[in-house]
Ligand binder design. Structure first.
Ligand SMILES: [Zn+2]
Ligand SMILES: [Zn+2]
Length: 407
């Protein structure tokens, strides 16, 4: 064995799982020396410490008895107090403190980007829905799909939205083509047969909605035009053209949910049933983050409301309406009467109290004077003063005089 320490072979850093380099004899010798030295130092420190007396109840323990570490009292490096870790070669690693981490460097990103299309003016400043996903004030009535996807520019998104709107309303490139085949009256054959049968029975043809119009899909039920509103066809299952819609508001105007409920006395479950009464949804014109407006077709609402399933006839609806108005009025009157009676009762109690405080007795109409009552002047006849032209009147009870100018 030579005295000169030899250079250990190079560590191969391939997988990191290779067996550690074998220790050189020199390393082993130094480790052993260090171990023995440390052991001796620890034993010396242990023997130098006064042996702690057995703890006596009620007395303060010595600090050394609770401080188990053998850190020298003059140590200024707290990191050495933690048990030193040894790597596979037995060397002590530099102390690390996992709890204390350097602050993240905010300066690394140059600026924070805000996407204003996703932000909402909450009147307390612009807030992003990603910052505050549970804030109801920022939830718009429009659904999630109305948000601009990340990878789109604003111009692209605008075009996409127009495209979606056209598709939804089946307009522009999404309007179904008109085929010559649709114009063939073959579709009427079934209806014609029914019509003939009905006329033979002496019954007037009523049609689906009782207005004598024939409903053929794809054809305006009023003027037989093929240029129908396809949105309405999809939602209301009714074929009507734009011109006829404008011409006949009695049939084809749209009613809000409130109108349908209050004017036709329909209930919420009835209005919620899309099979019974389909409705068109529109964003609320008053506030975009309110619920969508629900619009019902007047023809369908009236057909249902006047049908035997509901009120039977417009007259019956009027009767019901009157009845409800009467009930509401009676309820209001009853409430007023209860209030009035309550007031009367309270007044009677008050009068009784006053009577007990007063001189006793007293006829109806007499003023009842009680303790702590405010004095009300009893003005006598007013006298005109000849010099000034003022009228003067005097309180009968307290003698106070006032002058007034009468006109
Ligand atoms: Zn028409
Ligand atoms: Zn007076």
């Amino acid at each position: 064995m030579s005295e000169r320490p030899s250079t250990p072979p190079r560590a191969t850093r391939s997988a990191g799982k290779l067996p550690p380099n074998p220790l050189t004899p020199e390393q082993i010798r130094r480790m052993e020396e260090a171990r023995l030295k440390a052991k001796a130092a620890a034993q010396a420190a242990q023997s130098a410490k006064p042996t702690a007396p057995p703890p006596v109840a009620g007395t303060k323990r010595a600090f050394s008895s609770i401080n188990s570490s053998n850190t020298p009292a003059n140590s200024r490096n707290a990191a050495t107090a933690s048990p030193a870790k040894h790597d596979q070669n037995g060397f002590t690693q530099p102390p690390s403190n996992d709890l204390i981490q350097p602050a993240k460097n905010f300066g690394r990103s140059e600026y924070i980007e805000y996407d204003f299309s996703k932000m909402m003016d909450t009147k307390g400043g612009f807030l992003s829905t990603t910052d505050d996903p549970h804030n109801r004030a920022m939830r718009s009535g429009r659904g999630r799909e109305e948000e601009k996807p990340e990878n789109m520019t604003l111009a692209e998104w605008e075009r996409e939205r127009i495209r979606r709107k056209l598709r939804e309303n089946r307009l522009g490139p999404y309007e179904p083509g008109i085929s010559i085949l649709d114009a063939v009256d073959g579709k009427y054959e079934e209806d014609d047969a029914l019509l003939a049968a009905a006329e033979a029975d002496g019954v007037e043809f009523k049609g689906k909605y009782g207005d004598g119009k024939r409903d053929v899909k794809g054809k305006c039920r009023e003027c037989n035009s093929l240029e129908i509103d396809h949105k309405w066809q999809d939602v209301f299952f009714i074929s009507v053209c734009g011109a006829c819609k404008d011409k006949l508001p009695d049939k084809y105007s749209l009613l809000t949910k409130t109108e349908a409920r209050e004017d036709y006395l329909l209930t919420d479950p009835e209005l919620k049933d899309p099979d019974l009464l389909p409705h068109l949804e529109r964003p609320n014109p008053h506030k975009t983050n309110w619920n969508n407006m629900q619009l019902f077709l007047r023809l369908q609402v009236e057909h249902y409301a006047f049908s035997a399933a509901k009120w039977g006839s417009p007259e019956a609806l009027d009767v019901e309406y009157e009845k409800r108005q009467k009930i509401a009025k009676e309820r209001k009157e009853k409430k007023f009467r209860t209030k009035l009676n309550d007031l009367k009762k309270r007044t009677r109690v008050e009068a009784y109290k006053r009577q007990r405080l007063g001189d006793g007795g007293g006829e109806f109409g007499d003023r009842i004077r009680g303790f702590g009552d405010r004095h009300e002047h009893e003005w006598g006849r007013s006298v005109v003063d000849g010099e000034t032209g003022m009228t003067r009147k005097r309180c009968e009870e307290c003698g106070m005089e006032v002058e007034e100018l009468e006109f």
